[in-house]
Design a protein around this ligand. Structure first.
Ligand SMILES: Nc1ncnc2c1ncn2[C@@H]1O[C@H](COP(=O)(O)OP(=O)(O)OP(=O)(O)O)[C@@H](O)[C@H]1O
Length: 300
């Protein structure tokens, strides 16, 4: 049973202009689910709906098999979230911030060293939060969200604004949390490369609609068909003729030649055909489709 499931989840700020459209997200326990989409795709709005901070215009949200509209309290006892900047008392230490959060979540004091250890802040626990880097503040925010040992953690673009070290630390932390505590993680991002490095599953949202959902391997399979090879030869017209039968390639004056391909063996085979036809190959360039292009491929 999915730990998080949305059913035709729809939301409009303005009448008849949905920014989340019939979203059917399905997140299995134990996975790291990357919720991927460009800025403005509707990720934050979807997360706010999942956390009950906005009311759906239509559709529903189920967490742990229970409907969010009727079981909020029991659901949120099992869920942790980090959205936007964590609210911290900057003049208090990391440990004191956790102590305050611990009191209102009524978790035992023994959890504080555990969460500090998990987020790698044990050494800095006594320092005031104002001395923390952005990455450390972000990790302290996550530590607060972990105090009640949630089974599901929802993170909205946790690496936004972090420097490269901070990004790597946050990514490692997400993986460690999944590995060591078995926490299910739902994390949004606008970077395909980040999701590829961090997640086991992915849902791609564009203009409020889900365009793809599946495992990382399934995403890579879907992507394979959108990979292209660009090349330049001593005679592009002749090269197009050589590859026409296999790829239906047409020569257009002044345009680079481009063919879709599946794997590197195919790249080698294309090169061989061109050379055997007596052509000089000046350039062979693999063009990995970036997120925008992949969206286009998926929406066509
Ligand atoms: N309070 C609001 N009132 C009206 N429109 C809004 C409001 N908040 C967001 N939107 C619009 O809803 C759409 C989705 O925004 P959302 O913030 O969910 O996207 P996002 O994928 O999280 O992008 P980002 O990473 O930039 O926050 C955008 O077109 C945005 O302009």
């Amino acid at each position: 049973m999915p730990i998080l499931q949305t059913r035709d989840l729809t939301f409009s700020f303005r009448k008849d202009q949905p920014v989340v459209r019939q979203l059917n997200l399905s997140v299995e326990p134990g996975t790291i689910y990357g919720f991927l989409g460009p800025n403005g795709a509707g990720k934050t709005t979807s997360i706010r709906l999942i956390l009950g901070l906005l009311q759906p215009t239509d559709g529903s949200v189920e967490l742990f098999g229970e409907d969010l509209s009727t079981n909020r309290t029991s659901i949120f006892q099992r869920t942790g979230a980090l959205i936007e900047q964590p609210s911290l008392y900057l003049h208090l230490s990391g440990r004191q911030n956790l102590e305050i959060a611990r009191r209102y979540t009524r978790t035992p004091a023994s959890r504080i060293p555990e969460v500090l250890e998990m987020v790698g802040l044990t050494h800095a626990a006594g320092k005031n939060a104002k001395e923390y880097s952005l990455g450390m503040k972000q990790r302290l925010g996550l530590a607060m969200a972990l105090l009640h040992r949630p089974e599901l953690v929802i993170l909205d673009e946790p690496t936004n604004g972090l420097d490269p070290t901070g990004i790597i630390e946050m990514r490692e932390l997400v993986r460690q949390l999944s590995r060591e505590w078995g926490t299910t993680i739902f994390v949004s991002s606008h970077l395909l490369s980040e999701v590829e490095r961090m997640c086991t599953h992915v849902g791609i949202i564009h203009l409020g609609s889900l365009r793809f959902q599946g495992s990382l391997a399934e995403l890579q399979e879907a992507q394979a068909g959108t990979r292209h090879l660009h090349f330049q030869t001593s005679d592009n017209q002749a090269a197009a003729g050589v590859l026409h039968a296999i790829y239906g390639l047409k020569y257009r004056d002044g345009e680079a030649l481009t063919v879709p391909f599946q794997n590197r063996e195919e790249v080698a085979s294309i090169n061989r055909r061109l050379v055997e036809a007596g052509l000089d190959v000046y350039e062979l360039r693999v063009h990995h489709s970036d997120l925008e292009e992949m969206f286009l491929e998926m929406t066509r």
